[in-house]
Design a protein around this ligand. Structure first.
Ligand SMILES: [Zn+2]
Length: 421
């Protein structure tokens, strides 16, 4: 059941959203097709979806965030906005409803549920407010239709099912709000599954009994199950238990670099054998060991101590804070992975399981980004490199969006079959 307060707030937001007028039309054409390079033509002809955009967290920033405005990643940190999506030929993706893991108590579940419901409302509000530039997508076929009329594709996904509490009916509630991809767990074991990052080790040895119910319910409704952040054992169980192929929406491969957020070869082969897909994550510390200099760590710590809660700063103070932080970045640069490191992971995985089982989920606005590809405007570099490696335009279409849409279609077909039984 949904908390009544959350429901009435949600109804209010949906009503406000419907009433708000569409924003002034964006000059999309101006930022498209300016690069005459052959790889840009190939890039633009593919329907490009990133399967893990953490951008919705910015939509509820107390400072305000305008998705139609161009930001600077080095300054504000934001990596996804409409101008840069246009520049990088990113046609949309799965916009994540992320909830940090908290205590497994009824009170904490209720708080998390409200936060997640409001996050979904914020995503829907973004699409409604900027209806000339974005559109909610509910079915796989919606993606091509939305792209054809020049708008960005907004699928919703859940990163961490913690806010569902122990009420499995909440899966359907989120489905009705438009969620089509669902990951049981994040950092820390929860009521559904073991996390790959829990210092206490496994609690369930994979999925819990409630986690098994979540799989069944997601299958019944037609949602794609997402194993990213789950333990390898839990991922293997998701692959076995799900009636349709699963996704690792933002993940890496252990082959080039062993890390808890990367999957070993055998697991990736098992994923692919059942038709599943891994979407390559560009989060630097999952790609190679990164050591920040002690000077940088100390300077950032002193900065935090001096400014306190950054989210509460008024605009002028926030600007002063950003100036100081940029000065630290200039003096003690952040250790980052390189674009070539990212592509090493990518190409390794492609060779291991093939272009029908690999895609892009770079963890934008969630820690992703490497030197040479720090925001979505630089995504065409992936296409450029894959073409240079001999991948065909048909391969590129699968990698950039075809694979994930195949999974969503399979989920829809299964749900229809279950419903007609
Ligand atoms: Zn994540």
């Amino acid at each position: 059941m949904i908390n009544r307060h959350a429901l009435s707030r949600l109804a209010l937001i949906v009503a406000l959203t419907a009433a708000s007028s569409a924003c002034a039309s964006m000059d999309q054409a101006a930022s498209q097709g300016s690069d005459g390079a052959a790889y840009m033509a190939a890039h633009r002809s593919a329907l490009t979806l990133d399967t893990h955009l953490d951008t919705p967290a910015n939509l509820v920033s107390p400072r305000g965030f305008d998705i139609t405005k161009r930001y600077d990643t080095d300054r504000e940190g934001y990596q996804v906005d409409l101008p840069r999506m246009n520049e990088g030929g990113l046609d949309g993706g799965f916009w994540a409803i992320y909830t940090a893991q908290g205590p497994l108590t009824p009170e904490a579940y209720a708080r998390a549920r409200d936060t997640a419901l409001l996050r979904s409302a914020a995503i829907r509000e973004m699409a409604a407010r900027h209806a000339d530039a974005f559109a909610l997508a509910l079915r796989a076929d919606d993606a091509a239709r939305i792209d054809a009329d020049g708008r960005k594709v907004v699928f919703q996904s859940i990163e961490n099912s913690y806010p569902l509490g122990e009420d499995i009916s909440m899966v359907e509630t989120f489905y009705k709000l438009g969620v089509r991809m669902i990951g049981p767990v994040h950092n820390g074991n929860n009521q559904f599954a073991d996390s790959t990052n829990d210092s206490s080790g496994p609690r369930w040895n994979g999925l819990s009994p409630l986690g098994a119910q979540l799989v069944k319910e997601a299958n019944r409704l037609g949602m794609v199950l997402d194993g990213s952040h789950a333990s390898d054992v839990a991922i293997a169980q998701l692959i076995d238990m799900s009636a349709t192929p699963i996704i690792l929406s933002h993940h890496g491969a252990d082959g080039p670099y062993q890390h808890p957020r990367n999957a070993p070869d055998e697991l990736l082969k098992k994923l692919a054998a059942k038709g599943g897909v891994i979407q390559m994550n560009a989060l630097g510390s999952f790609i190679k060991p990164l050591q920040q200099s002690p000077e940088r760590v100390a300077a950032l710590s002193a900065l935090r101590d001096r400014w306190g809660a950054i989210d509460d700063l008024p605009a002028d103070k926030y600007d002063a804070y950003l100036d100081e932080r940029l000065a630290i970045d200039a003096r003690y640069p952040e250790a980052r992975a390189e674009f070539s490191d990212y592509m090493d992971q990518f190409l390794y995985t492609l060779k291991l399981i093939g272009p029908e089982h690999v895609g892009v989920g770079a963890d934008w606005d969630g820690g992703g980004g490497v030197n040479g590809m720090r925001d979505v405007s630089q995504l065409p570099r992936i296409t450029e490199r894959l073409l240079a490696e001999g991948y065909s335009e048909a391969d590129l279409k699968n990698i950039w969006g075809g694979n994930v849409l195949r999974l969503l279609r399979a989920a829809e077909t299964h749900a229809a079959a279950v419903a007609s039984r």
